[in-house]
Design a protein around this ligand. Structure first.
Ligand code: ZN
Length: 294
């Protein structure tokens, strides 16, 4: 439910309108500026949340590309691997809470339909789900904050998460790790600070290209974590090599600036936002780029 402007905060209370009156709330931060709308939502675990849209009156800073650039390869083994060689482990929240969830789901399934104990059990299941998503969001916020603080240009692959989730085997792991949410966070955090967020087309062969000599290997099964380029003999960590390629590709796109075409692809610049489309190359089986075609 949405409430327009006349919402006020008084100490620890939120006042939605005259009819509802004051409600106790826990605030995460103070707001500066004028409140636009307040949206109240109820989680399945029975908790109410109010998200407050505030206009701080500040213009978005002009995006700049002067400074450190980073490429990020998103994966399942490690959640994120960066072009400067850092690996961030996937916290696997679901796996950790899986046992607990399973137990509570079993309990729920044994309750009689329509009973009060069933209602209670359902709420317990919802509570675990809610805990998992809050843990996940916390991890994503902290990591995106760190990356945006330390870099000026942030490059990721434009992942077709929806397409990948159709691949049933990977679906659970992918929807658990929150790549889409992570990219959204990187994007708005970067834009708010005049930094540049770039998505490289998902068909760009970031894993299979040697970042040193640009030689491309034919295939690179997912279980191969290290490989040696047969052309320049560089030994590559699969994911670090991919993230360096993502960074380099983003810098190439940025250096094209406002020009219309490059390598048969196109680059558009829309008010600081950059979107690009490059030539499609075949799917790489097993990589996060891979989209099952059935
Ligand atoms: Zn090479």
């Amino acid at each position: 439910m949405s409430y327009p402007a006349n919402v006020t905060f008084e100490g620890d209370y939120i006042k939605l309108n005259r009819k509802i009156g004051k409600i106790y709330c826990r605030r995460h931060r103070d707001f500066e500026g004028t409140i636009k709308t307040v949206t109240i939502s109820k989680n399945s675990d029975g908790k109410y949340y109010a998200s407050v849209l505030v206009d701080d009156g500040l213009d978005k800073p002009e995006a700049s590309t002067e400074g450190k650039a980073i490429g990020i390869d998103l994966g399942l083994t490690d959640f994120a691997v960066t072009s400067d060689g850092s690996k961030f482990d996937n916290p696997r929240h679901l796996a950790k809470h899986q046992q607990n969830l399973k137990r509570k789901q079993q309990k729920l399934s044994r309750k009689q339909k329509g009973s009060n104990t069933r209602k209670k059990a359902r709420r317990l299941v919802a509570k675990v789900h809610s805990k998992i998503s809050r843990c996940r969001e916390d991890f994503l916020h902290k990591l995106s904050r760190k990356i945006v603080n330390e870099n000026q240009v942030i490059a990721v692959e434009n992942l077709n998460v929806k397409g990948m989730v159709k691949n049933h085997k990977l679906a659970k792991a992918i929807s658990d790790c929150g790549w889409g949410m992570f990219c959204t966070m990187l994007k708005y955090k970067a834009e708010r600070e005049g930094k540049t967020y770039v998505e490289v087309d998902r068909f760009f062969p970031s894993s299979k290209t040697c970042h040193v000599c640009l030689n491309q290997v034919e295939s690179l099964p997912l279980d191969i974590r290290n490989w040696t380029c047969e052309h320049c003999h560089t030994n590559h960590d699969r994911d670090i090599n991919a993230s360096i390629n993502i960074r380099n590709e983003a810098l190439r796109i940025l250096s094209l600036g406002t020009s219309d075409t490059a390598n048969g692809g196109s680059v558009r610049r829309l008010g600081g936002k950059i979107s690009c489309l490059l030539d499609a190359t075949p799917n790489e089986i097993g990589s996060p780029n891979y989209i099952a075609c059935n």
